[in-house]
Write a protein that binds this ligand. Structure first.
Ligand code: ATP
Length: 416
């Protein structure tokens, strides 16, 4: 949770707080079905599936046909169904298959007292539509000049057939998404700038290695129904090179679909702005941070496993320990240092205290959760060696090296 929050806060700071042209919103998860009809999700956000009659597992009908060399492009459900039966295609487990059915990936529910066609609603499969349907609210409230954007962090739901690979593919996912509106001719420059900034966010804010990041332009046939140009950013996960985040040129598709437009004061003309959409999956970003930080090495002749997290994302920036837990004077002094550090607004919530077990174990515990620094209060701190009075040891996670630092310099040092 702490790691996830840090990622979200860094994203929000870079893309919303540090800019004047971005409006943060928090839209509804359940919206009227007309939203999803207009956006194309009721008709288009669907896969053709068949069920294994025995195991009840579902498979993509088009994939099964491709596997035996048949190109299913442009086929209707009935045509796919007929071919699967004619060729006697079985499930990968060797069982008979049922009929091909359209399987929409949106979770369906009913709102209100009645359960009929008019009360159908869907859990949003993307946060994007929440921003498009609130476009007019933002324009009427803030009168922003083009270009401007709307941003949101929130849950989205997809009835994935095969959720897998830890948190890489889940049914309840979280997105950090921007819809950025531009004059139609300006889309290219904005698209390129976001492409660059998406990578900067990964490397500069999250500390991900640049060599793990790959940009992949999406071919015409594979793009989402609303996109005219898409570039995915893929990452070297332990499960292989896979999509981490996306960037799409959604044109005027969505605003037009919802019947929205914009009056431009400068040119005194009314038109539909075009839209660039940078979209980040929170879970996949977290997985990228975690998996690339995992490090095994040897310290003091012992094997160790630790998370080499950037201090910007690490749950704790530092942990404070008394050298021994049964010496009240050490514990009191350590608590005093801990409370002093916590008072600083930049460090608040990012400092841990631990007096459990021996000091070696405490270091290892912090290494495992990626805490970059450990601070130990010892007898020198209390003045046993007058030269070192009011100093503590500051241990570096990556090297295991320790230096003595004056308590009064700690806040500035950790902030740096
Ligand atoms: P995929 O091809 O992997 O299914 P997608 O192209 O459908 O993903 P988008 O619709 O572009 O994904 O969604 C934007 C982002 O949301 C993705 O880049 C990814 O980070 C995240 N995302 C999408 N689906 C899932 C999921 N089922 N579980 C976790 N994250 C997801």
């Amino acid at each position: 949770m702490a790691l996830k929050k840090n990622i979200e806060n860094l994203w929000w700071k870079r893309f919303v707080l540090d800019r004047e042209d971005m409006y943060g919103i928090d839209a509804a998860i359940l919206m009227n079905q007309e939203v999803w009809k207009s956006s194309g999700h009721v008709a288009g956000f669907a896969d053709p599936l068949v069920e294994d009659m025995k195991t009840k597992k579902r498979y993509r009908a088009d994939h099964l046909l491709e596997e035996i060399g048949i190109d299913p492009k442009g086929m209707t459900l009935a045509e796919m169904d007929a071919l699967i039966k004619e060729k006697g295609i079985k499930s990968p487990d060797g069982n008979a298959l049922g009929d091909v059915r359209q399987f929409n990936m949106m979770f369906k529910t009913h709102v209100g007292a009645s359960e009929d066609e008019t009360s159908i609603s869907y859990l949003r499969p993307e946060t994007a539509q929440g921003m498009f349907v609130n476009f007019k609210n933002v324009v009427d409230s803030f009168h922003p000049k083009l270009p401007f954007g709307m941003a949101q962090i929130g849950k989205a739901f997809r009835n994935e057939i095969a959720p897998r690979d830890f948190i890489f593919r889940v049914r309840e996912l979280e997105q950090m998404e921007i819809e950025y509106f531009v004059k139609p001719d300006d889309w290219r420059g904005v698209f390129d700038a976001f492409q660059k900034e998406q990578v900067e966010f990964l490397t500069d804010d999250l500390g991900l290695p640049a060599t793990f990041i790959h940009q992949v332009e999406i071919a015409d046939a594979d793009r989402a129904h609303y996109s005219k140009h898409s570039v995915d950013t893929e990452f070297d996960f332990p499960i292989g090179q896979k999509e981490l985040l996306g960037l799409a040129y959604r044109t005027d598709y969505d605003l037009k679909a919802h019947g929205l437009d914009y009056f431009d004061e400068e040119s005194k003309s009314r038109f539909v702005p075009h839209c660039i959409e940078p979209t980040f999956g929170v879970g996949r970003t977290l997985l990228a941070v975690l998996s690339s930080a995992y490090t095994e090495d040897e310290l003091g002749g012992e094997k160790r496993v630790y998370l080499k997290l950037s201090p910007k994302v690490a749950p704790y920036i530092a942990a404070v320990f008394p050298l021994l837990k049964n010496k009240p004077e050490l514990v009191d002094k350590a608590r005093e240092v801990f409370n002093m550090l916590r008072k600083d607004s930049a460090l608040s919530g990012r400092i841990a205290f631990d007096d459990n077990g021996n000091i070696g174990k405490r270091y290892r515990r912090q290494d495992e959760i990626g805490t970059p620094f450990c601070i130990t209060v010892d007898f020198d701190t209390l003045g046993e060696n007058p030269e070192n009075k009011d100093t503590v040891t500051l241990r570096n996670r990556d090297t295991g090296e320790q230096e003595r630092v004056n308590i009064k310099n700690l806040v500035e040092l950790l902030k740096k």
